[in-house]
Design a protein around this ligand. Structure first.
Ligand code: 13P
Ligand code: SF4
Length: 317
């Protein structure tokens, strides 16, 4: 299961033999991030998958990410090292529930976070990620109702930034980010008042971070609500000695590599996504050797979902 000596060389050799590009999300185990061709957030990896000329994509991430790659590149073979790597947020709405919600709001524009199943994307007008959710909603005429799903905390963030009253928000959440709570964030921010706060908008504590800024407890310029890719860019430019990071702990590997002089500390060190961590070194080697687990999206669902996903990768370039 472990990355023993020679493991990375073997992965590189097997990937070459299979004409495969290896993509890793920022929440993957450090050794998986280090061996991948590209590491990034959901939006960056979707764009790379769409543009790649490799015949096989090995997606080290969770299932909806691999499905999104397959929707964008149906002619390619898409592999995920462990097909059981799901997502509690993607599980928080089904296509049937979305159809019923749409029926209650005829004419509304449906904006789905990329953390959704292919069947939900097929019922969607435009997808978004945490990197471009605000831009996606701003691209919709102000007088149109919007159904935003499934993440309630990202939805609240988008509503705050856009000031849009006609944005309806589904009450879903990610169990990892919802568990990063405001009390922990507040205690740590008070203990280190000079630290920057990097907060993912899926976090339950995003509102607390803004409250701290509003109450003057932390200067507003120290509070940054960011996607994982946005955190990396901000890490390169921070002038602070320490940064409190509210997101899944896998992110710390990239942040520390980007700026080794800064003390990046997790707000909640237990915030690990068990699904992301299912992609072990052994699972990656097996995927490349045996060509599994292959990801399939049925042709009709993929065709209906493609427009929404394509609009997502075009907005916020
Ligand atoms: P981003 O990489 O788009 O910030 O998404 C975070 C996430 O939770 C993916 O599962
Ligand atoms: Fe899903 Fe949350 Fe894991 Fe991201 S961290 S893959 S949103 S369960």
């Amino acid at each position: 299961r472990d990355a023993g000596p020679g493991w990375a060389d073997e992965v590189r050799r097997l990937a070459r033999e299979r004409d495969a590009v290896v993509l890793a999300h920022n929440y993957q185990r450090p050794e998986i991030q280090d061996v991948a061709d590209h590491t990034g957030d959901s939006l960056a990896l979707s764009r790379i998958a769409a543009a790649s000329d490799a015949s096989t994509i090995v997606f080290c991430g969770v299932h909806f990410m691999a499905e999104t790659a397959k929707i964008l590149a149906p002619e390619k073979t898409v592999l995920i090292p462990d097909a059981r790597a799901g997502c509690s947020l993607a599980d928080s709405i089904t296509a049937d529930e979305l159809r019923a919600w749409k029926a209650e709001h005829p004419g509304a524009v449906v904006v789905s976070y990329v953390n959704t199943t292919a069947a939900v994307k097929a019922e969607t007008d435009v997808c978004c990620t945490s990197s471009n959710a605000v831009e996606v909603v701003e691209s919709i005429p102000a007088d149109r109702e919007v159904l935003f799903l499934p993440d309630q905390f990202l939805g609240a963030h988008v509503r705050r930034v856009t000031g849009r009253a006609n944005l309806h928000i589904w009450a879903g959440e990610c169990h990892v980010h919802a568990g990063i709570n405001g009390a922990e964030l507040t205690a740590q921010a008070q203990a280190d008042p000079d630290a920057d706060l990097f907060v993912h908008p899926e976090c339950g504590c995003a509102t607390s971070a803004l409250y701290l800024a509003g109450a003057g407890a932390v200067p507003a310029e120290q509070v940054h609500i960011l996607s994982t890719g946005g955190m990396l860019d901000a890490a390169k430019n921070t002038t602070k000695q320490s940064v409190l990071v509210a997101t899944e702990v896998g992110m710390l590997h990239q942040l520390r590599r980007a700026n080794p002089d800064v003390d990046f500390r997790p707000v909640n060190e237990r915030a690990a996504c068990g699904y992301m961590k299912m992609i072990t070194p052994g699972a990656l080697t097996r995927a490349l050797r045996e060509g599994r687990d292959e990801v399939h999206v049925d042709t009709a669902t993929a065709a209906r979902a493609r427009g929404a996903v394509q609009r997502m990768i075009e907005i916020g370039q």
